[in-house]
Write a protein that binds this ligand. Sequence first.
Ligand code: NAP
Length: 361
Amino acid sequence: MRPRGETGKNSASKELETTMPTSRVLVTGGSGFIAGHCILQLLDAGYEVRTTVRSLAKETLVREVLADAGMVDGGALSFVAADLTSDEGWPEAVADVDFVLHVASPVQPGHIDNENELIIPAREGAVRVLRAARDAGVKRAVLTSAFHAVSWGHPHDGHVFTEADWTVLDGPGVDAYAKSKTLAEQAAWELMANSSTELVTMLPVAVMGPVMGRDVTGSNHLIQGMLNGAMPATPRLFIPIVDVRDVARAHILAMTTPEAAGQRFLLSNGPAIEMTDIAATIRARLSEGTQRVPTQTIPDEVVRAAAESNPQFREMLPDLGYAKKTSNDKARNLLGWSPRDAAEAIASAAESMVKKVLGAQ
Ligand code: NAP
């Protein structure tokens, strides 16, 4: 089977088009940032795409957002309603699908009173989607896990994190989001251990890049806070960054590369970047909208003192002043993945927010 775009380019392939079925891909959570970029790239490559939203009332908005982000023809895109916390809709979502990209999951790093608000939809949702995929005979499922399932709870000993590492659930600084991603990925591997549906998991570091519509989600919040003045100075935190367009590309490579079956892939790009350098990149790369981007850093002792009463500062303590190291060798070598510079992810995130989000506030 092949994507539709690979057929119909000349008379020989036109002939094939009449005989070769189209590959259909289910992308869960079509309203999301990473899922949106996956959908755009899949449609561009000629796949037929089905996506889930919690309510079909969102379809019009998602179509508008995708069109604004460059979707030329939405004719090959369809929608099904399904929530990660319910069985309803998933059999329809996976019916006659060749591949599943399970991207949807609640994203909320930091403190949360009831951890199960994240853990249950993440873990039970992953099991629900993958079980449905397996029962429907889907060829391969790609699960969007996270660096949060790799590097949390470890000592600061200069270790270079790879796909061999797992978050230590009872280690220091492990928040509900890191638990949700780790438990969801572990449940996925357990469920699919002897399945004929192949599983691949993706482990992106902080994903930044062009926003989808006016919604700012995930790690892009950090850029938003620098632009809108919510972050007047930067703590000494180091963020490993990858561009959302490269994350989407990696998902498609993971879906189509035969050797990727049964593998995890760490999606990182170069060393973690200190927040003050992220701010400097925004100032250097943008010609407008940078008036509030911070120029000052917050000394560690000030962060520590503030952490005694402020939970936001408390969350910074485990990684204050420490840059985690990562290797992307496996994705480069096995998938042939080649991510763009992290500065590009930062600049394009900031530019898109200045244009679409801040101007609209
Ligand atoms: P996002 O924009 O917030 O997208 C999350 C998606 O999950 C949304 O479509 C959301 O739907 C859906 N969702 C949440 N709870 C759901 C539920 N109970 N039922 C059905 N759908 C639900 O975040 P994102 O950054 O694109 O994240 C996508 C995936 O990448 C997640 O698995 C996340 O853990 C992973 N990831 C993200 C980053 C990052 O830096 N952004 C890094 C590593 C891994 P609604 O629109 O209805 O809320």
